[in-house]
Design a protein around this ligand. Structure first.
Ligand code: TXA
Ligand code: MG
Length: 319
């Protein structure tokens, strides 16, 4: 066990965080999507510590965070379409999978030795300030133990990883609440993970339809998309309109519950509330001795796709 410091996102906190990263330590930091568990993307030991701290069952490639397009172009090969998407949506909740440059200097562990790399520029002032203070690319999966709910506050991070990481930069709650959308541009554009940027917005920008993970059974979805993921302790029943006995109910729109993802039926608000609602429902279930969480139907449009992707993982049979 180590002492996990909570750092304020001021000059002193940022300098301490950057020094920790330079020394191979781990710092959790806020992004607009979820808190990331950051380590030096060029340092295998630091990246290994990320997997270790998370207790990940396998070495999946991690998303590499950079300060801007110029730094991204030193790491990956950009096509005109990639450049256009980056200009339009970065900083923001879009991760691009692109061919890795040989001289990029990344840890092999961070890319799981693939010839490609997943890159994004986060749209959070604290994340960008940390990237600038550190000066290099930062590997950062969500800052939660593997298989558990992603953190959207510094308190969530400490709950799951306190004692296992050097520090957390506290930048308040995350605005988007689900991870970034992962788009592979290695072949025809394909969404590997639905997330904080809606598929419709990507398609509008490209002027063409993109393949989406679930439509393409021949190709694996993003490696590391374990079926039973984001699992609360209680079981999960989806598309519920009424709680059964022994259930805590999460509502949405007109479907009421013990708590609600969005009283007005707004999928963006629901995404922002998703992980903390699952946590709160889990706590409520254990207080009441309830064994299951029932969740109202969420429309499969816009961020609703990402919510349903996460919920179906939370509801997947546990092995
Ligand atoms: O919102 C987010 O994206 C958050 C915040 C912290 O930025 N980060 C995040 O990172 O979710 P991470 O490392 O957990 O995302 C890993 C996902 C996995 O599904 C992984 O398989 C995919 O990115 N991925 C990484 N490199 C890849 C590659 N070369 N090809 C295909 N998928 C890749
Ligand atoms: Mg995660």
């Amino acid at each position: 066990m180590i002492q996990t410091a909570t750092l304020a996102p001021d000059d002193i906190g940022l300098a301490a965080a950057a020094a920790t990263l330079r020394a191979g330590g781990l710092v959790a930091f806020p992004t607009e999507t979820v808190y990331g568990l950051g380590g030096d993307a060029g340092d295998d030991m630091a990246v290994a510590r990320i997997f270790d701290a998370k207790g990940r069952p396998r070495f999946n490639p991690l998303i590499v965070h950079v300060a801007g397009v110029a730094q991204a172009e030193q790491i990956a090969v950009f096509t005109p379409a990639a450049r256009d998407l980056a200009r339009r949506f970065w900083p923001g909740p879009l991760t691009l999978v692109l061919p890795l440059r040989a001289a990029a200097g990344l840890s092999h562990l961070v890319t799981a030795d693939l010839p490609s790399v997943a890159l994004r520029v986060p749209a959070h002032p604290v994340a960008l300030a940390l990237l600038r203070a550190f000066g290099g690319p930062i590997a950062a999966p969500s800052a939660n133990p593997s298989g558990r709910i992603s953190p959207t506050t510094a308190a969530h991070v400490l709950e799951g990883l306190g004692g296992k990481i050097a520090a957390v930069l506290d930048g308040g709650p995350c605005a988007v609440g689900v991870e970034s959308t992962i788009l592979s541009l290695l072949d025809a554009p394909q969404i590997l993970r639905q997330g904080g940027l809606a598929q419709e917005q990507i398609e509008a920008a490209l002027g063409a339809a993109v393949l989406a993970g679930h439509d393409t059974s021949a190709r694996p979805v993003a490696p590391g998309q374990l079926a039973s993921h984001y699992a609360p302790n209680a079981g999960v029943r989806l598309n519920a309109t009424l709680a059964e006995q022994g259930e805590v109910m999460i509502g949405f729109g007109p479907v009421q519950g013990d708590l609600t993802l969005s009283p007005s039926g707004d999928v963006v608000q629901a995404a922002a509330n998703l992980f903390s609602s699952l946590r709160a429902a889990d706590v409520l279930a254990s207080q009441r001795g309830a064994s299951r969480i029932a969740v109202a139907p969420i429309p499969n449009i816009g961020l609703g796709r990402a919510i349903n992707d996460r919920l179906s993982r939370a509801a997947a049979p546990r092995s």
